[in-house]
Design a protein around this ligand. Structure first.
Ligand code: TYD
Ligand code: MG
Length: 457
């Protein structure tokens, strides 16, 4: 690191790469125009401490493994995404757009935790204790005491934590915290890096679980360097459409559990309410007997969720047809349109196509392919897709329908919600026929290629 007075260095906003001069392209992550100038850190207090103790390697055979200690938050959807509760001594980052409900979610978590006799500290750099109290009043009764601190100076926060020794600490938000020694503004790359490393040290040395809130930039990543995500144990993103009341909590990284789990909530006047049956919720308001609407099933972690895919295909008025994809991958949609054009001989090149995954969930699973194609065909032919049928399957470039994982769970979820027929990859149907599982009165229709889809509308 460069030394000296009043010097500045340049950091990559994406990955935290450090350079003495400005660079157009980051050598670390190869992104362009990501360098920002910041003052040099004069002393790094955390580093001095760690140098005093001589490091000793451990023998593998002598390392005692104890199961990590977990505390249930009492909010089932949050526990699921965390991988079965809060791990003692872990550092969790909760990211999301401003106003999505991060503070509300974590305050509700605090409410549940204090009710189970935990000592909890909520540190806010954004709101006064009065404002937090007003929010807490909306959330209902706090049976035991919750400790509040309105502070942005990290050293004072650390001081309070060291004296108080709480079980769980919430820091709202990482972008408002700063350390005096570091010359740069709160929210800058070096401040975020430093505050996170101090909190990490605190969490590990005192066995305190720390939750930090981070705001997200327009590009959809937590403001500050990616390095923040590398440092913490768990990264959760809270997302949803601003106008809709559903909120999805998604695990992006988890050192103590699987990632792709999601938790579903609804924002109400009294805070966030868990949605334990998301399929039912996602299909609310689905139009009956309209063309361009198809129900499919996506696996979110271990949980099948039924979702409606909508397509609107119409004659284009432009030289270049317009294509949009909301809630799914734009390039995948383009690819599937090309497969339809080539393999079914339909002139998609003359058509605009708008694809929407209803409900505000973002899904990138290939099992959605067949649903997207069915919705496009339904809209193109102006013919409704049977409303008691669901379909799922991955589609290849030759138009073949390929088997997907966990087909049985998907079929069972559809049966639970009253669907009568399921179009699925032939490969999956064969396996199910062999296993002879009881799937109620669900009719299974195996499909080999997308040609067969045309005959089953
Ligand atoms: P908030 O938790 O402050 O969002 P963030 O911390 O992610 O910026 O949530 C703010 C929004 O939630 C605000 O628009 C008001 C709404 N809200 C409710 O609808 N009901 C409630 O009970 C609460 C506390 C907030
Ligand atoms: Mg907030």
């Amino acid at each position: 690191m460069a030394k000296g007075k009043n010097k500045t260095v340049f950091f990559c906003k994406e990955c935290g790469y450090e350079s003495a001069k400005w660079l157009g392209q980051c050598p670390g992550c190869k992104e362009w125009n990501t360098f920002v100038e910041e003052p040099v850190i004069k002393t790094a207090a955390g580093k001095e401490i760690s140098r005093t103790a001589a490091a000793e390697p451990s023998r593998l055979s002598e390392v005692r493994v104890t199961e990590e200690v977990r505390t249930l938050t009492g909010i089932g959807e949050l526990d699921r995404v965390l991988g079965g509760g809060i791990v003692t001594g872990s550092l969790v980052l909760v990211g999301g757009d401003p106003g999505i409900g991060k503070s509300t979610l974590l305050l509700q978590m605090c409410q549940q935790l204090v009710n189970t006799e935990k000592k909890v500290l909520y540190v806010s750099g954004e709101e006064s204790v009065k404002q937090i109290k007003m929010r807490a009043d909306r959330l209902g009764e706090f049976k035991k005491e919750l400790f509040l601190l309105s502070e942005t100076d990290l050293d004072r926060v650390v001081d309070v934590i060291s004296r108080m020794k709480p079980d769980v600490v919430v820091i709202d938000s990482i972008q408002t915290m700063y350390r005096e020694e570091i010359g740069s503004m709160p929210g800058s790359v070096s401040q975020i890096r430093e505050t996170t490393s101090v909190l990490l040290h605190l969490a590990k040395s005192m066995a305190i679980s720390v939750f930090v809130i981070g705001h997200v930039t327009k590009e959809g990543v937590v403001a500050g360097p990616r390095i923040l995500e590398h440092m913490v144990d768990t990264v959760l993103y809270f997302e949803g459409e601003g106008s809709a009341s559903y909120r999805f909590l998604r695990g992006v990284k988890n050192r103590f559990g699987s990632t792709n789990e999601i938790g579903v909530f609804e924002m109400r006047g009294c805070g966030l309410v868990e949605v334990t049956n998301p399929s039912e919720y996602m299909l609310q308001g689905k139009p009956e007997n309209e063309s361009g609407s198809v129900v499919t099933c996506s696996m979110e972690g271990t949980r099948p969720i039924l979702i409606e895919v909508q397509a609107l295909v119409c004659q284009t008025n432009f030289n270049m047809p317009r294509r949009t994809a909301a809630g799914t991958d734009y390039n995948r949609v383009n690819l599937l349109m090309a497969v339809i054009e080539k393999r079914l001989g339909l002139r998609m090149g003359d058509c605009d196509a708008y694809i929407n995954v209803a409900g505000g969930l973002r899904i990138h699973e290939p099992a959605l392919d067949l649903g997207i194609i069915a919705a496009v065909l339904s809209s193109y032919r102006n013919q409704s897709f049977d409303s008691s049928t669901i379909c799922f399957g991955e589609v290849g470039l030759v138009g073949e329908v390929r088997a997907v994982a966990m087909a049985e769970q998907r079929v069972l979820e559809a049966a639970k919600l009253g669907f009568k027929r399921c179009l699925l990859p032939q490969g999956n149907k064969r396996q199910m026929d062999i296993a002879k599982k009881n799937l109620g009165d669900m009719e299974l229709v195996g499909i080999d290629t997308i040609h067969e889809l045309l005959g089953v509308f």
